[in-house]
Every structure is written in structure tokens, then in C-alpha cells.
Design a protein around this ligand. Structure first.
Ligand code: ADP
Ligand code: S3P
Length: 195
């Protein structure tokens, strides 16, 4: 499995179907290009985001060995170094903004997020875990079962909103977080698609 991250930059006014879009404020597209992260100046639908970052830009190869032994280890080290260098380049432009990782269930958001947080000197949070804590239940599956998906999504939005007012966080969101437009409106945050 190979996961990659593409940078989608979102200003406050960007959102699904919203006419109130504006260009990215994060160093402009040229700034993003200098670090070879693919930037989009607005966020449309999740599909549009995916289309813009269809090619993995910073591929992170499998950390779990599939029998490749040293080769996998080298890939892993090389990719971690590459990500570290790129992160150092964008650090000052980030200016402490939170980064939300979005992507399909199991796409690697938590894995990428922990690495990203480490190289940026950010703290890492998994929003599913925070919702579980907030609700006082051990798993998302149980929240769905005992309450409902809508209940989970309400709490998820609340958690994401609270986190967005903080700084220097990398947040792995749940695979379904993107379906609620309200989750795209947080100010001063960047969204990274993990695919
Ligand atoms: N680049 C990768 N290559 C191989 N396996 C990966 C990679 N990234 C993540 N995984 C594995 O895929 C599974 C899901 O990853 P995870 O980071 O938990 O995804 P998510 O947070 O998007 O649900 C985990 O078992 C993880 O070890
Ligand atoms: O629909 C969602 O938001 C969920 C997606 C999955 O999360 P990941 O994307 O972190 O795998 C799942 O495990 C989580 O419990 C609920």
C-alpha cells in the first residue's frame, strides 16, 4: 500500500458549493510549489479535492514490511527524511496553523499524521478518539450503535471546531468527516488529503 499526501489549502470562506471562495492564503500557490506539495486554491467537493491531488505528491511507502526487508526500511527512512525536509521548508509559512488530515477510512491519516506532527513539532490528535472520550464510549462503532451516526457527527464537528481554535496541531479526522460542509469552515486551518 502506498499513501501520499496532497496539500489542499483552504481559506475561511472556502466550502462545498459556497460561492464565497477565495484564493489560498498560505504563501500562495507558488510557495507551495517550491516544496512540491500540490496546492489547490479552493476546496470544492471532496471529489474535487481528490481530483486536484489525484497523484500522491509526497508518497510514504509501506512502513510495514511485506518481506522486502532492507529495501522497505530504506524507503521508509528516505521518505521520512523527504517529509522532514519539506516540513522544515513550510514550517514558517504554516505559522502555527492546525492541519486536518482528511481521506478515506484506512487511507493512512493517523500514520501520516503522527509523522507530520513529529517533523513539524506539532501535537497529534485523532478526532475519533476525542469523540469517544467526549461521549464516554470505547469505540465509534458503539457510538453509532447506541446513539446514531448523526449523534457521532454532531460530536465530531464539535471536537473539530474546538481543535481549530488551537494552534500547532495535526488532526486525523474520521473518514466520514468530510461529508459535513460545516467541518470545512474552520478558520486558519489547512486540509491535507491522504490517499
Ligand atoms: N504508507 C503505508 N503503507 C502501508 N500501510 C500503511 C501505510 N499507512 C498506513 N498503513 C496501515 O494502514 C492501516 C490504516 O492506517 P491508519 O493510519 O490507521 O489510517 P486512517 O487513520 O486513515 O484510518 C494501518 O494498519 C496502518 O498501519
Ligand atoms: O465515518 C467515519 O468518520 C469513520 C471512519 C473510520 O475512521 P478512520 O478514517 O480513522 O479509519 C472509522 O474507523 C471511524 O470509527 C468512523
Amino acid at each position: 500500500m502506498e499513501a501520499g499526501v496532497g496539500l489542499a489549502l483552504q481559506s475561511r470562506a472556502a466550502g462545498f458549493g459556497s460561492g464565497r471562495r477565495r484564493s489560498a492564503t498560505y504563501g500562495g500557490e507558488s510557495g507551495a510549489r517550491t516544496v512540491s506539495l500540490r496546492a489547490s486554491d479552493q476546496v470544492g467537493s471532496p471529489a474535487a479535492v481528490r481530483a486536484r491531488v489525484a497523484k500522491p505528491v509526497v508518497p510514504l511507502r509501506a512502513k510495514k514490511s511485506s518481506g522486502g526487508g532492507h529495501e522497505n526500511l530504506h524507503n521508509s527512512v528516505d521518505d521520512a527524511l523527504l517529509l522532514k525536509r519539506k516540513s522544515e521548508e513550510v514550517l514558517f509559512q504554516l505559522n502555527g496553523r492546525c492541519i486536518y488530515l482528511v481521506g478515506m477510512m484506512g487511507s493512512g491519516k493517523s500514520t501520516v499524521g503522527k509523522i507530520l506532527a513529529e517533523v513539524l513539532g506539532y501535537s497529534f490528535f485523532d478526532s475519533d478518539k476525542l469523540v469517544e472520550q467526549a461521549v464516554g464510549m470505547p469505540s465509534v462503532a458503539q457510538i453509532f450503535k447506541v446513539h446514531s451516526e448523526a449523534f457521532f457527527r454532531d460530536n465530531e464537528s464539535s471536537v473539530l471546531r474546538d481543535l481549530s481554535s488551537m494552534r500547532r496541531l495535526v488532526v486525523a479526522t474520521g473518514g466520514g468527516a468530510v461529508i459535513r460542509p460545516v467541518n470545512w469552515y474552520f478558520e486558519l486551518t489547512l486540509f491535507l488529503l491522504v490517499e
